[in-house]
Design a protein. Structure first.
Length: 453
């Protein structure tokens, strides 16, 4: 009996151990399972996040590319940049591009092709075929709006914009601006008008009234071409009146912005009438055609003739102020500048090269060298203040005047004839101080607006 009981107990112990072993294995398996279950969601999450790495970034804007180009550690090994400049400065520009490479060896692998295309033709060529146009090109400031509309010039932003604004005169900066954005590097500030005068007769050229009185007292003539749409803006823009046109990419006129039929316009017309009433007044702007004069409003192209005529009494000054009904205004007018534009580039490395070269070709040293070689008046303030430029009375006077001028935009051909008629009516006495000047200017303004297509 005892043996049977011992056998039963032994068998019970075996079954108990077997059951415990299975439970332990299952427990181990169940303990391991949560680890795998926890890892599985992570793997799934990683798979879900993978597409984010493949998402396409937006193509950077042209302004952003300029900033990126500054951060390039090493420009591309090389390529070609085409430049269009006036024929008179082709050789000069070629020499300067070589100087640029010498000063910036990282661009030694680039080639610069300089081609003769005048400022008057460059804009039209660029607008016709932007892709086939030059990478850097010189153009007249009155073509800037068309170039911007056609997407043929890249906006100048960041440090380049700051550099342009601080380095150049106000007129040049304005000429390179459309809206609130800069689009070009100013190259010259030498197209505009100012005062040549005989300093033995006119001792104070600061006011129109003083100049006229001095000429009258000496029996000398004062020339001012008030029947010119270019020169008469000295009065209208001086009082704050506006006359500009908007154009589309094709050059078609889309809007006329004119407020001559206003108090400011009337003040300007009164000043023209007052000047024309003086016995010293003569209508004109050419030294060659002027006689017995002591003062004339003219440009730098006549500096040699003016100096020959006046001799030791040769002097120049910015345009004077004028006073109407107790209010004093500074004469303004049109200004003209040569600008250097950069075509938009899809290659950030090439954009970097183009911007740096354009900046180099318009810096103070190069502008001064260009002045010394071909006589182009600089827009750079440091170059304007150099001994060579300061020694030129005409350029110094023009530089002062350009700070008060408005860059000449595009105007319909008929505008010039209309402006001549307005001035002629003042000269011949058809329009006088007793005329309804607002009505006269309203008719002028309406006709200007009619030129818009």
């Amino acid at each position: 009996m005892k043996k049977v009981l011992a056998l039963v107990l032994a068998l019970a112990l075996v079954f108990s151990m077997t059951a415990c072993g299975k439970k332990t294995d299952e427990t181990q398996k169940s303990d391991a399972a949560p680890t795998q279950a926890q890892e599985a969601p992570k793997a799934e999450e990683e798979k879900k996040e993978e597409p984010k790495q493949e998402e396409k970034k937006e193509e950077p804007k042209q302004e952003e590319k300029q900033e990126e180009s500054k951060q390039e550690e090493a420009p591309a090994a090389g390529g070609n940049v085409t430049l269009w400049v006036a024929e008179a400065v082709v050789d000069f520009t070629k020499a300067q591009t070589e100087s640029f490479k010498a000063a910036n060896p990282e661009y030694a692998g680039w080639t610069f092709s300089v081609e003769p295309v005048g400022e008057g033709d460059a804009a039209g060529n660029m607008i016709t075929d932007v892709d086939g146009g030059a990478d850097i090109f010189g153009f007249a400031q009155d073509q800037l709006s068309r170039l911007v509309a056609a997407g043929a010039v890249t906006p100048i932003t960041g440090d380049y914009a700051t550099w342009i604004e601080t380095e150049n005169d106000g007129g040049a900066v304005g000429a390179a601006t459309v809206g609130d954005k800069l689009y070009a590097f100013p190259m010259t500030s030498d197209n505009g008008y100012f005062l040549y005068y005989d300093k033995s007769v006119v001792t104070d050229p600061s006011t129109l009234e003083g100049i006229v009185a001095a000429c009258e007292a000496a029996g000398k003539n004062f020339y001012f071409e008030i029947n010119s749409g270019w020169y008469q803006t000295a009065f209208f823009f001086g009082t704050g009146a506006e006359l500009t046109y908007d154009t589309d990419a094709s050059g078609a006129f889309t809007a006329c912005n004119c407020d001559y039929a206003s108090d400011t316009g009337v003040a300007a017309l009164k000043a023209m009438i007052n000047l024309a009433a003086s016995p010293a007044f003569k209508n004109g702007s050419s030294v060659d055609n002027a006689t017995d004069w002591a003062a004339i409003v003219d440009g730098t192209w006549d500096s040699g003739n003016a100096q020959s005529y006046l001799g030791d009494n040769y002097a120049c000054a910015k345009l004077p102020t004028f006073t109407v009904d107790g209010q004093t205004y500074q004469m303004s007018g049109f200004s003209g500048n040569k600008l250097l534009g950069v075509k938009p580039q899809s290659d950030a490395a090439k954009l970097d090269v183009c911007l740096k070269l354009a900046q180099y070709l318009t810096n103070s040293d190069v502008q001064l060298a260009r002045f010394n070689e071909v006589g182009w008046g600089p827009s750079n303030l440091a170059a304007q203040g150099s001994d060579a430029v300061s020694a030129d009375p005409a350029l110094s006077a023009l530089a002062q005047q350009l700070n008060f001028c408005i860059p000449q935009g595009q105007y319909p051909g008929d505008y010039w004839g209309l402006a001549t008629a307005l001035g002629d009516d003042v000269i011949n006495g058809t329009t006088t101080a007793s005329s309804d000047l607002t009505a006269v200017l309203q008719q002028f303004q309406d006709t200007c607006a009619s030129y818009v297509q």
